[in-house]
Design a protein around this ligand. Sequence first.
Ligand code: ARG
Length: 463
Amino acid sequence: MAQLWGGRFTKETDQLVYNFNASISFDKKFFEEDIEGSIAHVVMLEKQGILTEEEKNIIVKGLTGIRHDVQEGSLTITEEYEDIHSFVEANLIKRIGEAGKKLHTGRSRNDQVALDMKLYTRAEVLHIAEEVYELLTTLHTIMDNNLDTYMPGFTHLQKAQPITLAHHMGAYFEMFRRDSLRLKDIYARMNYCPLGSGALAGTTYPLDRNYTASLMGFEGPTLNSMDSVSDRDYVIELLSALSTIMMHLSRFCEEIIIWNSNEYHFVEIDDAYSTGSSIMPQKKNPDIAELIRGKTGRVYGSLVSILTVMKGIPLAYNKDMQEDKELTFDAIDTVKGCLALFNGMLKTMKFHRESMAVSAMNGFTNATDAADYLVGKGVAFRDAHEIVGRLVLYCIDKDTCIDALSIGELKEISPVFEDDVYDAISLKTCVEKRLTIGAPGKDAMEKVLDSNREFLSKRWMDE
Ligand code: ARG
């Protein structure tokens, strides 16, 4: 047990209590952020005349030495320390002696951990945004190549109207674009530095909080020391954004699983992204898509957990907040893994264009267009709807589709039908006439592709 306190205690901590309280097994994850924050703090202390230049130099050298030794493996982060902050400080004192005891001047573990967590999550926001960007690039390429790939669009998982693969992928492009922008917003809102807030009420040392904030690339310091040490809104916002990303991935996975089924045969997942069965030799299973769908639950779980942890905490810091870490780290790692795997699976997936087109031609996906055709000939829409309904019933009885009926059969149901009906309800016309902004017609889609291209060319993560 290596602890940062003890002066006021007359007994050793119970071992079970110590274990229960300790966080090093997981907060070692932000070891580098802890060092970075400590260096910024010490540099500022010297600038403010609180430490001498010599003390600062010795401490910074000690901290960079510890970082180096841990990175290259000659120093191990062990669980004899309560948390990563204790590990660093104890090792610093071991290494440089007296000067090391001055590192914590004007600082509390409360503002220290708030800073470490923020530095860690802030960097991860960019990593996740990078992966979302990669996925958007893949989607854009598929869209660009499939403006004429016809497929059925569904509502209630029933064939509804024909669309294109580009249009379908475009829906996901919108979702992941919003995810990207959500991460951008979160980044901007979280980018204020809590260091210098002390335990809760600031400190009596003349710290320059603007300076430490700028050293670490923050917009500025946070403005209320009690809020600073007990704010985890940015974690909640991030986990909410991650949950939304998972929800989008999960919906997409669900579709891929359906499309990859023997019945649909719209896509084939690459062998590298499929798995087999131990008993059924013919099987090629979409396990990756299923696992991503399944992992959505644990990311949602992390959001609900942190919301619940935070809901009863009086100001300011309380130990409950230590619970923010494992679930945040797990959610971040899960989402990054899922995004990378999903992108790989999507990139290598084969689209069976023929099956998609055949499917779009069946199932009366042109029924709306047949009704619209009658409207064009002067029939009121409600009557046209009724006529085409009867037409569909007739086709179901004959096991055929509207386009396959003779003009005689069509006229029998409504004399308004003429020869031009076949062109008006062809798959191509059904798609290409849909030209409102956001619709699947090629001209409309090309405008969307232009705007998507523009979005992809301006990477907010690089600004
Ligand atoms: N491990 C603690 C956490 O994650 C660090 C802060 C400890 N502060 C305290 N007052 N006990 O929240």
